[in-house]
Design a protein around this ligand. Structure first.
Ligand code: T5A
Length: 224
């Protein structure tokens, strides 16, 4: 795959969409071809599954069934959006990916982590993000940001935002545990500061991990 694949992860209201838009603009100003996409969603069938899940329709089926639906959406998204873009040398910035299934469906405690990992292996079929940026902040702060935005848009609270604080704290722990387990792929960004500061921290990581993408000169250990 010629394009680079960067995923953004974190709890509710962590600032992923904001930072994806900023990184996309910055890279485009440098002449790079960028595709910003999201999960669940990012392809027509996956967007249908997104609407079904986020309306809470799959909740009665349990966390394992939800994990299956997220995985089905991911397969369609990879096949129709992500893989073709990477093959065409487009760099892909993705708002959530497989780590969200590990964290959100894992946080329920109802699904064995090994089962989630088996689903992930089957769905990804060897695809792996080049870099995963985990935007970390206290869940209270992220939920407050998401709630304030929802009020300005007069939107309903969605399926996962409505979970209790214990769930959201478990999510945060799970994302941090993923970063500890895969330090070569993941970087944790302190997202509890201004959007400008978060943008700067993300750019530092992208420049050091993927220097060619960021227009830097390559060093010996570069992966870009
Ligand atoms: N899910 C997803 C699973 O359970 N399993 C899975 O496998 C997958 C893929 C998706 C839901 O599905 C779940 C996780 C989610 O619950 P979504 O609507 O896409 O639903 O929700 P999120 O991905 O959580 O996206 P959000 O839009 O809620 O959060 P973002 O994108 O992290 O945050 P953003 O950038 O929209 O910012 C939120 C608000 O905060 C402000 C923004 O202006 C905005 O108003 N903001 C800041 N305010 C202060 N300081 C900063 N630094 C700020 N940055 C942004």
């Amino acid at each position: 795959m010629a394009g680079k694949f960067i995923t953004f992860e974190g709890g509710e209201g962590a600032g992923k969409s904001t930072q994806i838009a900023r990184l996309k603009s910055r890279l485009e100003r440098m002449g790079k071809t960028i595709l910003a996409t999201r999960e669940p969603g990012g392809s027509p069938y996956a967007e249908d599954i997104r609407a079904f899940i986020l309306a809470g329709n799959a909740k009665p089926l349990g966390a394992f069934a939800e994990a299956l639906l997220f995985t089905a959406a991911r397969i369609d998204h990879i096949d129709h959006t992500i893989a073709p873009a990477l093959r065409a040398e487009t760099h892909v910035l993705c708002d959530r990916f497989a780590d969200s299934t590990r964290a959100y469906q894992g946080a329920s405690g109802e699904v064995e982590p090994a089962l989630i990992r088996s689903l992930e292996r089957a769905a990804l079929n060897g695809l792996r993000p080049d870099l995963t940026l985990i935007l970390d902040l206290p869940p209270e702060t992220g939920l407050a940001r998401a709630g304030a935005r929802r009020e300005t848009r007069s939107e309903e609270i969605d399926r996962f935002e409505a979970e209790d604080l214990t769930f959201h704290r478990k999510l945060r722990e799970t994302f941090l545990a993923i970063a500890r387990t895969e330090p070569d792929r993941c970087a944790v960004i302190d997202a509890d500061r201004s959007a400008d500061d978060v943008e700067g921290a993300i750019w530092e990581i992208v420049s050091s991990q993927l220097p060619r993408l960021a227009g830097q000169r390559e060093r010996n250990a570069d992966v870009a």
